[in-house]
Design a protein around this ligand. Structure first.
Ligand SMILES: NC(=O)c1ccc[n+]([C@@H]2O[C@H](COP(=O)([O-])OP(=O)(O)OC[C@H]3O[C@@H](n4cnc5c(N)ncnc54)[C@H](O)[C@@H]3O)[C@@H](O)[C@H]2O)c1
Length: 287
């Protein structure tokens, strides 16, 4: 039988660099001046994207964007934005469009991240959890992701092209193991715990991911989530020893270990992927 040459041409793999190339694309990262947001920005910038870091004024996103541009060469813009305010997001959108003329990628990364592993009073316990903290955590992590998706996603929908990536957590899949946060000698009813809002926000983001993926499938917007495990950031030794025993790989993630997944999900390398949640947690949630 003769070989059909046209079908052979179709199966030729794309050039690797082409799959991951983001040249000319504009990527917005909420909470972009924080610990991981900057690393997400770095990999997208290195792949050629124009990166926009949105963050509260106190986090100085303008300075972080200048650092990013200096380090990775591609243009970067920092805009002081409160993602809990739709007006603030609309102002940011106007600035991005004025500067770059388009929006291709949104990473919903901002969240309130209370460091209970560093010890705290008993405010974190369910019985005492202040309703003001509940409201504030939901407002940043969940409402902020919804508003950002609406403001920037609508712009992508107009152009019928875009990618949204929601940053969830391994705690979107498993319950927190509250033994990790125990402080010896503290009475049971005062032991610190991982706040309920963290689990609620991160699990809800997976729901938002699926909803948006189907809602905007006709507009050619792909929407996915990643569920990262904890990142090593000089946590107390007692906490590390306990947590590492729960992780098959025996350690927390390095700060740059999500960059491959971020680039994959924001680029054409994941062109047939939407509504999915990529779990990257050293095996923690498979136990
Ligand atoms: N660090 C980890 O171990 C880890 C693990 C799993 C998931 N995550 C998730 O990754 C994301 C980034 O985590 P991180 O460690 O970089 O946290 P981070 O606290 O360093 O960064 C979060 C950023 O969000 C910003 N932010 C808060 N409220 C905002 C608002 N109203 N408007 C705009 N920006 C606002 C903060 O100023 C901060 O810069 C979070 O969603 C977090 O839950 C982190």
């Amino acid at each position: 039988m003769e070989l059909d040459v046209s079908s052979v041409a179709d199966t030729k793999p794309k050039h690797v660099a082409e799959l991951f190339d983001l040249k000319g694309r504009v990527a917005i990262i909420t909470g972009g001046a924080g610990l991981l947001g900057y690393y997400h920005g770095a990999i997208l910038n290195a792949a050629g994207a124009y990166v926009v870091l949105l963050d509260l004024p106190v986090a100085n996103p303008q300075l972080r964007a200048r650092q990013l541009a200096t380090e990775y060469g591609s243009e970067a813009l920092g805009i002081a934005t409160d993602i809990t305010s739709e007006v603030s997001l609309q102002q940011a959108r106007a600035q991005v469009l004025e500067r770059f003329g388009r929006i291709d990628i949104l990473i919903n990364n901002a969240a309130n991240n209370p460091k209970v592993e560093e010890g705290s009073t008993n405010w974190s316990r369910l019985e005492n959890f202040p309703i003001e903290i509940w409201d504030a955590d939901i407002r940043v992590g969940l409402t902020g992701a919804f508003l950002s998706s609406r403001v920037f996603g609508s712009e992508m929908a107009k152009r019928k092209s875009g990618v949204i990536l929601n940053i969830a957590s391994d705690l979107a899949l498993i319950a927190p193991d509250q033994r990790l946060y125990r402080i010896e000698g503290v009475p049971e009813d005062q032991q610190p715990v991982k706040p309920v809002t963290y689990s609620v926000v991160k699990t809800a983001l997976i729901g938002l991911t699926r909803y948006l993926a189907t809602y905007w499938s006709g507009a050619n917007i792909r929407v996915n989530a990643i569920s990262p495990g904890g990142v090593f950031n000089n946590q107390p030794e007692v906490f590390l020893n306990r947590l590492n025993q729960l992780i098959p790989m025996g350690r927390m993630a390095h700060r740059d270990e999500y960059q491959g997944a971020i680039l994959f999900l924001c680029s054409d390398a994941s062109s047939y992927m939407t509504g999915a949640n990529l779990v990257i947690d050293g095996g923690r949630s498979c136990l």
